[in-house]
Design a protein around this ligand. Structure first.
Ligand SMILES: [Zn+2]
Length: 232
């Protein structure tokens, strides 16, 4: 009886401590560590600056050019505060011209740890040209000063841009669009949609990239290195 009593109390004690640690785990929120890390470094969630901008991060899904999910936890689009404001401005301009459309963000700020992971995926492949090597300081996404995006309808459906985001062929080059249109490789609709995207982004201070219709920079690499900090 006494022995049973001891056993019982031990069991009860152990049981109590298990319950306690379980409670602690459930009362603690499960924050997204990557988002928290970026917020702590002063970067902002686009959804909080302009909730009308759609976000669907392509590296949080496997249907990106690597065929793998590269963002384990990140689902929000973060940017440098200046870039978030400039994106809000572009969305406002788009709403003036086409109230039936919205910007849709595919990728925004990217911490160097994720950049390293992406680089490791592509470094020995034909795709390495499209990813900045972290050893060279990364690219403007690593400063929260670049964004990949498209145009969509208010229900989130994207509109034609000729080729998908991250299409790594000349069909994505913006300096060949007149030629592509003449050759019938780019539809009139896609041609006009790309121009509209560039128009509203330029209006808000963003600069397009020659080789990717979806990529825009707010600053040059030189400016970023001199005046901004890379995301760790
Ligand atoms: Zn990009």
């Amino acid at each position: 009886m006494a022995q049973n009593g001891i056993t019982d109390s031990r069991f009860t004690q152990r049981h109590t401590s298990v319950t306690k640690s379980k409670n602690t785990a459930t009362t603690q929120k499960q924050p997204n560590p990557t988002a928290r890390k970026m917020a702590a470094q002063g970067f902002v969630d686009i959804a909080k600056v302009d909730p009308t901008i759609k976000v669907s991060l392509m590296y949080a899904r496997a249907d990106n050019f690597t065929g793998r999910i590269l963002y384990d936890d990140l689902r929000e689009a973060y940017l440098h505060p200046l870039a978030a404001e400039a994106l809000k401005k572009a969305q406002a301009r788009l709403k003036q011209l086409r109230p039936d459309l919205s910007l849709k963000v595919y990728d925004a700020a990217r911490p160097m740890s994720i950049q390293q992971k992406m680089w490791d995926e592509v470094k020995n492949t034909g795709h390495s040209f499209y990813v900045s090597n972290p050893k060279n300081g990364g690219g403007l996404h690593n400063y929260g000063l670049a964004v990949d995006l498209t145009l969509c309808r208010l229900n989130g459906d994207t509109i034609p841009m000729g080729v998908k985001v991250d299409n790594m062929t000349r069909l994505s080059h913006i300096d060949r669009e007149d030629e592509l249109l003449k050759q019938g490789k780019l539809s009139r609709e896609a041609y006009d949609n790309r121009r509209l995207l560039r128009e509203v982004m330029r209006w808000a201070g963003w600069k397009p990239l020659r080789t990717e219709w979806w990529h825009f920079n707010l600053r040059t690499r030189e400016q970023a290195r001199k005046y901004f900090k890379v995301i760790r």
